[in-house]
Design a protein around this ligand. Structure first.
Ligand code: SAM
Length: 215
């Protein structure tokens, strides 16, 4: 199998799209709306682990008044997402190259209206459950940053991760709704935007699981 080559010229390519990301994003904590040129009452939707950006570049235009921020820890992966948003000229989409475990360095209490977690790495329940982005330590962090009545929109292909996540949401005080194990044949499919991984799993005939967890 051919080895994937590391992306070349990352700094130069990021520089071309400089209006999409920030040199010192910690300085945006509590000020994302102001820094991105949005009114004080604009909503903020944050996608965690955005991958190459199919979901965020297709979702942000559906909510033109919302400030959409896509977070991804892998620089070469987020570069693909940033370049896509730049090419497609999505005006309300900005990027944060950071680890989800450090969100509190970048956002203030009650700053975020909605979080999307799409097809996060399943890790094994036996070995590394604490790395799951729906593990309770992550959920407790999201709760601080989410507004009252804030929501997490969660999708996965993985049954075991889905069951685990529903338990974690409940344990952390979230109310669950819009539950399905077959999103593409459900009433919620008409508004659904498929991610890169979602398309890959759907092509293999795997049912897509979804839940909305609300405070
Ligand atoms: C399986 S991929 C899914 C990508 C995309 N959401 C999709 O559905 O096509 C998971 C992504 O989450 C990113 N990721 C995993 N853990 C993360 C963390 N702690 N903080 C930020 N990004 C993370 C990975 O680098 C990877 O790009």
């Amino acid at each position: 199998m051919a080895r994937m080559r590391a992306k070349r010229h990352i700094p130069e390519r990021l520089e071309v799209c400089h209006e999409r990301w920030f040199d010192a994003p910690m300085l945006n904590k509590g000020k994302w709306r102001e820094k991105c040129g949005f009114p004080e009452d604009a909503k903020i939707f944050l996608e965690i682990g955005c991958g190459k950006g199919k979901f965020c570049t297709e979702t942000a235009p559906k909510y033109p008044d919302v400030l959409y921020i896509a977070l991804e820890r892998d620089t070469s992966v987020i570069l693909a997402a940033i370049e896509k948003a730049h090419r497609e000229e999505v005006p309300n989409l900005f990027f944060l190259n950071a680890d989800a475990g450090l969100l509190e360095n970048y956002f203030s209490e009650d700053e975020i209206d909605r979080i999307y977690i799409n097809f996060c790495d399943p890790w094994s329940r036996r070995n590394k459950p604490k790395r799951r982005l729906t593990y309770r330590a992550f959920l407790e962090q999201y709760k601080v940053l989410l507004k009252e009545h804030g929501q997490i929109h969660f999708k996965t292909d993985n049954d075991e991760l889905y069951d685990f996540s529903l338990e974690e949401f409940k344990e952390c005080g979230f109310a669950l709704s819009e539950l399905t194990r077959d999103l593409h044949n459900s009433e919620w499919d008409k508004d659904n935007v498929r991610t890169e991984f979602e398309q890959k799993f759907a092509d293999q005939g795997i049912g897509i699981k979804r839940a909305v967890a609300s405070l």
